[in-house]
Design a protein around this ligand. Structure first.
Ligand SMILES: *[C@@H]1O[C@H](CO)[C@@H](O)[C@H](O)[C@H]1NC(C)=O
Ligand SMILES: *[C@@H]1O[C@H](CO)[C@@H](O)[C@H](O)[C@H]1NC(C)=O
Ligand SMILES: *[C@@H]1O[C@H](CO)[C@@H](O)[C@H](O)[C@H]1NC(C)=O
Ligand SMILES: *[C@@H]1O[C@H](CO)[C@@H](O)[C@H](O)[C@H]1NC(C)=O
Length: 521
């Protein structure tokens, strides 16, 4: 799959001559293990350390929970098709949130309709009355069944599992119906006090319910009705309430996915910061302020893990965009998930808070080898790295002698076909241009310039780039700004260039990442 091309220094210097910078440092890398073709997860553009299903279409992550030493990842799944259709819950499990085992389909379309998005919690104290054996874990999934021809097209259902693999539909489904709402979906569960809070998406608002047994739900309040709060560029979906403590103060974040209306095009996840008193969510920001969880076009339907050992809220999102997901060139699968990310709420100024997301610490365990390292001496403003890696983590830091920082331009290129993707930071402005990144002809929306912003003008900057065949997660300031996007280079990128203006490169490490699917490490 990877052509092992050999370049002379001359070629590279000519290639890089348009940088017109004082220092061009070229690190000749060691030869790397190529991306050996494998029948298992070896297809072109197949992510190697991001979750994707063996075959077929996926969208939202669902039912993210932890039980008996296993993390569960369920997902919206249309088996035997590369496009969306009657929804099932596909399933994978992991002992570390990184290496996944594919499991049989968990939920099927059934009376009541297709199995849309929802979440899962663990009943270990028999609050549901469904426990068979004392002190055993019952995995309880609450999700939407959807049937467009029904007078109540979207209703909430419960299914439960004793082994975490096979599910039973609860006999008195549906457990929650609102005949006045056509859009009434994506229940997200949160343990709160002695019971649970459910957040639901209802058209242009989020609705909150409470329960002590997960079966009988009482309406509490709703938030966000048009035009009062945040972005309403599209329908609201996938709400999630998350509790944080910042400087001794309890604060709450409400995630809302919207489609369309994202900062670039199509799908995106916005968030609100405020308070939640068990009944009502109150936005602390001006109502018209819009905050994006991720500026990239391929981060949608972010959902939170429940019942996990880690004290840090942990999310996973669908790495795709409704505007072109169905037309993407990948086969026999369509869609992947972001790396699991830890989430923090950061106080960025007196009364301002931003959500920071970054891959969980254990992602370090996927490092296979150190490919390149630069420790800041001699002082340099540019680097070019020729490489042969299709899956890596590039970790860099920069420093500037200006408070407003300067500019950092990172380019990934393949020299054979002149394809490139550029990531430019200039002071607070960040732009990602994938218009020349490779195959883009499946959607004109795919080539739109991705724009976002750095949050704080610090003279220190960190950049973390997780590259995985076609899946890219880019983090500035350890995730205070993040950009998730896909690229489809016709040949793998083999050159990285980094160029600083009014700043220098303090350090850089590039790690080869393991494949979670192949035993090649
Ligand atoms: C969908 O609703 C229609 C009308 O109520 C009903 O006839 C049909 O059986 C329902 N389908 C499913 C799968 O529940
Ligand atoms: C759980 O509660 C139900 C209903 O009260 C009861 O029938 C069942 O025996 C309980 N399970 C256990 C293991 O106690
Ligand atoms: C896009 O370009 C590729 C390669 O040139 C071609 O095979 C494919 O048919 C094109 N797709 C569309 C939708 O035009
Ligand atoms: C800031 O750093 C740049 C190089 O990065 C240097 O050219 C410039 O003179 C420095 N400015 C000050 C005020 O130190």
């Amino acid at each position: 799959m990877v052509n092992k091309l050999v370049y002379s220094w001359i070629t590279l210097i000519i290639l890089l001559s348009d940088f017109s910078l004082d220092t061009i440092q070229l690190i000749q890398g060691m030869p790397m293990q190529g991306n050996t073709e494998s029948k298992v997860y070896g297809e072109k553009w197949r992510p190697q350390y991001h979750f994707s299903p063996p075959t077929s279409w996926i969208n939202d992550p669902n039912g993210l929970t932890y039980s008996n030493g296993k993390y569960h990842l369920f997902y919206q799944y249309h088996p035997d098709s590369l496009v969306w259709g009657p929804m099932h819950w596909g399933h994978a499990t992991s002992s570390d949130l990184l290496r996944w085992e594919n499991e049989p389909i968990a939920l099927y379309p059934a009376p009541g309709g297709a199995a849309f998005s929802g979440s899962a919690v663990i009943d270990s104290t028999n609050i549901t009355g469904l426990q068979k054996t004392a002190n055993s874990n019952v995995l309880v999934a609450i999700f939407t069944r959807s049937n467009d021809s029904s007078p109540t097209p979207q209703t909430q259902h419960l299914a439960y599992s004793y082994d975490g693999i096979t599910f039973n539909n609860y006999e008195n489904n549906p457990i929650l119906v609102d005949p006045s709402k056509r859009d009434f979906r994506d229940p997200a569960l949160l343990k709160y006090g002695d019971g649970y809070i459910m957040s639901l998406a209802a058209g242009d608002a989020a609705m909150f319910y409470k329960s002590t047994n997960l079966i009988d739900w009482t309406y509490l309040s709703s938030f966000g009705e048009k035009p009062s709060q945040g972005s309403h560029g599209g329908v609201w979906e996938c709400p999630a309430l998350i509790r944080f403590e910042v400087d001794g103060r309890e604060l709450w974040v409400l995630l809302i996915s919207i489609n369309p209306g994202g900062p670039t095009v199509g799908s995106a996840t916005q968030y609100f910061v405020g308070t939640f008193d068990g009944t009502r969510f109150i936005n602390e920001n001006p109502a018209d302020r819009v905050l994006w969880l991720d500026w990239g076009p391929d981060n949608y339907a972010a959902a939170m893990y429940t019942n996990i050992p880690s004290p840090k809220p942990t999310m996973v999102a669908w790495m795709n965009n409704w505007n072109y997901a169905a037309n993407e060139p990948t086969t026999p699968w369509r869609g992947q998930m972001t790396l699991p990310r830890s989430m923090e709420l950061v106080k960025t100024s007196d009364n301002d808070y931003h959500v920071q997301t970054f891959p969980i610490d254990d992602v370090k365990n996927l490092r296979e080898s150190l490919l390149y390292e630069f420790k800041g001496e001699p002082v340099t403003e540019s680097l070019a790295i020729q490489h042969n890696s299709d899956r890596y983590h590039l970790e860099c830091s920069f420093k500037s002698n200006r408070t407003s920082f300067g500019a950092v331009k990172i380019k990934l290129m393949n020299q054979a076909s002149s394809e490139q993707v550029t990531m430019n930071l200039d002071n607070l402005r960040i732009e990602v241009d994938r218009s020349q990144s490779g195959l883009t002809n499946f959607s004109s929306d795919f080539t739109k310039l991705i724009r976002g912003s750095r949050i704080l003008p610090s003279p220190q900057l960190s950049v973390d780039l997780f590259f995985d065949s076609s899946a890219v997660e880019l983090f500035y300031d350890k995730g205070l700004s993040s950009f998730t996007y896909l690229v489809f280079p016709t040949q793998p990128y083999d050159l990285i260039s980094i160029e600083c203006t009014d700043c220098t490169i303090s350090s850089l490490s590039m790690y080869q990442m393991k494949s979670i699917w192949k035993n090649d490490s």
